[in-house]
Design a binder for this molecule. Structure first.
Ligand SMILES: [Zn+2]
Length: 293
């Protein structure tokens, strides 16, 4: 029975060649627990059509939602994290990186791309939570810095999509330095009069909130997103008081003046495109004025 016998042992398909398999054709909405078909999710920009819950998605999905016909050029794909501190927790940092890369097919917790949104040029840097909790390490900072350089050089607006647990513990101070680096680059972007839109998604916390995520010319968020700096337990123990209801949701943060808008993901592309259209004439006008000055 030779045809019945497995001649080569084990699974021989490499991760890269694996057929794209969604988590299941049917998914349960984490909020209302109703079943969602995969094709419905795609059609509905990964928003539950029963309750409006915004499913957590990664850069691949955000690019497909925002870029025209899912066409874009990915930037700076050759950046990989080093291990400057030779860090080991339950496992070595280098092993953790290798495993996460194999599992997710990503090179770090961020991807940057240049493409068109409703015909207008745009650079998007988008974080991936699947990669070590979307933590901000040196590669995340460097990709953001280079994306901003690219935006300045070509005078193209910059959109940052944040989704992160904060700084990457395994790179310690090197992670924290990214806050200063990205903030300084954003100041240059502002000087160059190139628009910067920051989109905060579920969750945006820690050093990411405390730096580039809150520095947009326009700061927007998706409904219900968790946005904060320290976790609620730490704050509660520090101030020794109970926290108000809905604390650290996008809605609460907006009410307290830290966000300009909350935008439903299904209207995101149209809204962003209209912001860019409003901001576009200022770029052109400034350029015309400069020579006379
Ligand atoms: Zn739902």
């Amino acid at each position: 029975m030779a045809w019945f016998k497995r001649e080569i042992k084990g699974i021989i398909t490499t991760t890269q060649e694996k057929k794209e398999a969604p988590d299941g054709i049917w998914n349960k909405c984490p909020n209302c627990k109703k079943p969602l078909h995969y094709s419905e999710q795609v059609e509905n920009q990964y928003v539950c059509h029963y309750c409006g819950y915004h499913l957590r998605i990664g850069s691949k999905e955000y690019f497909s939602v925002l870029f025209d016909d899912n066409q874009f050029t990915e930037l700076f794909t050759n950046l990989h994290s080093g291990d400057p501190l030779h860090f080991t927790d339950t496992k070595k940092y280098t092993d953790r990186l290798k495993e996460t890369k194999n599992k997710t097919g990503l090179t770090d917790a961020i991807r940057a791309a240049h493409g068109k949104m409703n015909g207008q040029e745009l650079v998007i840097a988008c974080m991936d939570f699947n990669f070590i909790g979307g933590s901000m390490g040196s590669v995340v900072g460097e990709k953001i810095a280079r994306s901003i350089d690219h935006s300045i050089e070509h005078k193209i607006p910059f959109l940052m999509i944040s989704k992160s647990g904060g700084a990457r513990m395994m790179e310690a101070a090197f992670s924290l330095m990214q806050m200063a680096k990205t903030s300084a680059k954003l100041a240059l972007l502002s000087q160059a009069k190139v628009p910067y839109i920051s989109l905060l998604t579920d969750p945006t916390t820690g050093g990411v909130t405390a730096s580039y995520a809150m520095l947009g010319d326009i700061n927007i968020a998706e409904p219900g997103a968790l946005i904060g700096f320290a976790g609620p337990r730490v704050i509660k123990e520090t101030i020794k008081k109970d926290l108000p209801k809905g604390f650290q949701t996008a809605e609460f943060v907006q009410e307290h003046g830290f966000l300009d808008f909350i935008v439903d993901r299904r209207e995101m592309k149209e809204k962003l495109a209209s912001f860019l259209k409003m901001l576009a004439p200022t770029v052109a006008k400034e350029e015309k004025i400069e020579p006379q000055a």
